[in-house]
Design a binder for this molecule. Structure first.
Ligand code: ADP
Ligand code: ZN
Length: 290
């Protein structure tokens, strides 16, 4: 079987072809420009193959309500050129195939849950801490959608007592993404996040915000494992710092074998960072079954 993959991002579009085992057979990366320039390149890539289905994981917000007239449209994104763009429709017009769609971070959550570090668990969370912060939630083996899709990267947090940074989310002063995304770290400290020393106060503040968010996610979604990925999580020292703060903040209120084993509860991404592409393969396969 051949599944086409589109991982749509604000800076690049990754197109790939995979099989039903999650094997990636081919991939290309296309810089994200205007839709009318970028989409033909994507379609041309897919036309090279005899595909059985396509799976898409896209930046959002995206309309995931199958009953909505704008199902598959990109919505009120800051990426103005893509606002109100009919992403799904544009591909559907060219391919009479099952085409599945979800958010980029749900695709990563699904990829890990199908092939990676949360395989076999019916509930899990994947968080990407990069240019933005996104959260994909799997419950009962399925990505949670709700009325649209959760936007848990924007949950409001208590400020670190020593943090005077205003936050960089245009909507909220003290949301997770505004305080803890890569660009927030860089704006707060005036230098590249990857150049900050491992003992910088930056990581103390960063782990404080991520631990708070993780506690909230345990309390609300009750996942059996939490996976952290994205550029900022290349700072491996964060994992131990997050676990330590998480333990203090949760204060044993939830006390299950999963949470007691924090080294296996709060974990880094797996799959060589291909969890998004592999999740899209699964999204395509699931659409075939519908
Ligand atoms: P995107 O979110 O755009 O898909 P990434 O997940 O790679 O891309 O996130 C990019 C962000 O991650 C950058 O803003 C940068 O601040 C941060 N980042 C990248 N590499 C590192 C690193 N080694 N250490 C800390 N932060 C990093
Ligand atoms: Zn926000």
């Amino acid at each position: 079987m051949r599944i086409g993959v589109l991982e749509a991002g604000g800076t690049k579009m990754v197109c790939a072809v995979g099989d039903e085992n999650g094997q990636i057979l081919e991939r290309v990366s296309i810089a994200t420009g205007k839709p009318e320039e970028t989409m033909p390149d994507i379609l041309e890539f897919f036309h090279q193959y005899s595909l059985d289905a396509i799976g898409i994981g896209t930046f959002g917000p995206v309309d995931l309500d199958r009953t909505s007239p704008t199902y598959g449209y990109i919505m009120s994104t800051p990426k103005i050129l893509w606002r109100n763009f009919d992403l799904l429709g544009c591909i559907k017009k060219e391919f009479m195939l099952p085409i599945g769609l979800d958010t980029d971070v749900n695709a990563s959550a699904i990829g890990e849950a199908t092939y990676g570090v949360t395989k076999g668990l019916d509930s899990s969370i994947y968080i990407t801490v990069g240019t933005g912060i996104g959260v994909g939630v799997i419950l009962d083996g399925k990505a949670v959608h709700g009325m649209q899709h959760p936007e848990a990267g924007h949950i409001l947090l208590s400020r670190h007592p020593e943090d005077t940074y205003a936050g960089r989310c245009p909507y909220h002063g003290n949301c997770l993404e505004g305080l803890a995304s890569g660009p927030a770290i860089e704006e707060r400290f005036g230098r590249k996040a990857k150049e900050l020393p491992v003992d910088s106060v930056a990581w103390e503040i960063e782990s404080y915000y991520l631990a708070q968010a993780l506690v909230d996610f345990t309390l609300t979604y009750s996942p059996k494992r939490i996976v952290l990925g994205g550029g900022v999580m290349h700072q491996k020292q964060l994992f131990a710092m997050i676990r330590e703060k998480y333990k203090k903040m949760l204060n044993h209120y939830v006390d299950t074998p999963y949470v007691r084993d924090l080294d296996n509860y709060i974990v880094p991404y797996s799959l060589n960072d291909d969890q998004g592409i592999m999740g899209c393969i699964r999204i395509g396969l699931d659409e075939m079954k519908r």
